[in-house]
Design a protein around this ligand. Structure first.
Ligand SMILES: Nc1ncnc2c1ncn2[C@@H]1O[C@H](COP(=O)(O)OP(=O)(O)O)[C@@H](O)[C@H]1O
Ligand SMILES: [Mg+2]
Length: 248
């Protein structure tokens, strides 16, 4: 399961998950372990840390299972309630006191990640919006750099605790009530501009190819329920592109 290349296993009794990576991804998984532990001390629902195993050839993070179904698997009828739950859990996360969070996910951290991915020629073209696929990644990066001054000003005025990979599969919902039972995949959690999360959730909701129960109107409804009536589209595009160029 999952998109990161990690192998994710659920124990046959359904109570535990194990996420296993090769040696080159151990430090990312260690980051995730530390963030699971930290978020567990807040009211935001998430798995508990249940074990950590490290060897020369890789590592394995064991967490308790969050009950529920991923938000990408709800039925069409359930979408309105799912949108409210997604907005509510992101609000709760973003309302945590940012100064208590020890993890940085600001542009000071994320821009070098993107620069590194682009300079290695490692960008995953499938992760790019079709409109961006014909443009060389180095030109896309130049576009981000041109916007960096504005994005940095907006970021410093509005720092919150972000999930960092707030796409639909990483939110678990109760299949009956559609309440959010937990957020998973916390390796990129940290203090950043709230648009880092909002742009990814909205993009995931609007990706009708991947999540056909949802629509682009649902992405706007999600933002409105969160409390943003007039989204800053330029900021949304900046963070969508930043994320697309950060994998690889
Ligand atoms: N503790 C957990 N409780 C419930 N579901 C989980 C848990 N950990 C992982 N999952 C499920 O496995 C999927 C993949 O795990 P994830 O950590 O998101 O991997 P990736 O980084 O590859 O996306 C998640 O989208 C979720 O459906
Ligand atoms: Mg995931």
């Amino acid at each position: 399961m999952g998109e990161s290349g990690a192998a994710v296993f659920r124990r046959s009794d359904g109570c535990l998950f194990a996420k296993c990576v090769s040696h080159w991804a151990v430090s990312d998984l260690r980051d995730e372990r530390d963030r699971v532990e930290w978020l567990g001390g807040t009211p935001v629902p998430c798995p508990e840390l249940a074990g950590w195993h490290e060897a020369d050839n890789g590592a394995c993070l064991v967490t308790t299972a969050v009950h529920g179904i991923p938000a990408c698997e709800v039925s069409t009828e359930a979408v309105p309630r799912a949108l409210s739950s997604l907005a509510a859990v992101l609000r709760a996360l973003h309302d945590l006191p940012a100064q208590t969070c020890p993890f940085d996910r600001t542009l000071v951290v994320t821009m070098p990640v993107v620069q590194n991915t682009v300079s290695r020629g490692a960008v995953i073209v499938d992760f790019l919006d079709p409109a961006w696929r014909a443009t060389p990644p180095s030109d896309l990066l130049a576009g981000l750099q041109a916007e960096l001054g504005r994005a940095t000003r907006l970021e410093s005025a509005d720092l919150v605790v972000c999930h960092g990979d707030a796409c639909l599969p990483n939110f678990l919902l109760d299949p009956e009530t559609l309440e959010c039972t937990g957020v998973v995949d916390l390796g990129r959690l940290g203090v950043a501009d709230r648009y880092l999360d909002l742009s990814l959730t909205a993009q995931s909701i609007g990706s009708t190819g991947m999540n056909p129960q949802y629509s682009s109107a649902d992405a706007d409804a999600f933002l409105q329920t969160y409390g943003i009536d007039h989204p800053d589209r330029r900021r949304m595009r900046f963070y969508q592109l930043l994320d697309s160029l950060s994998w690889g």
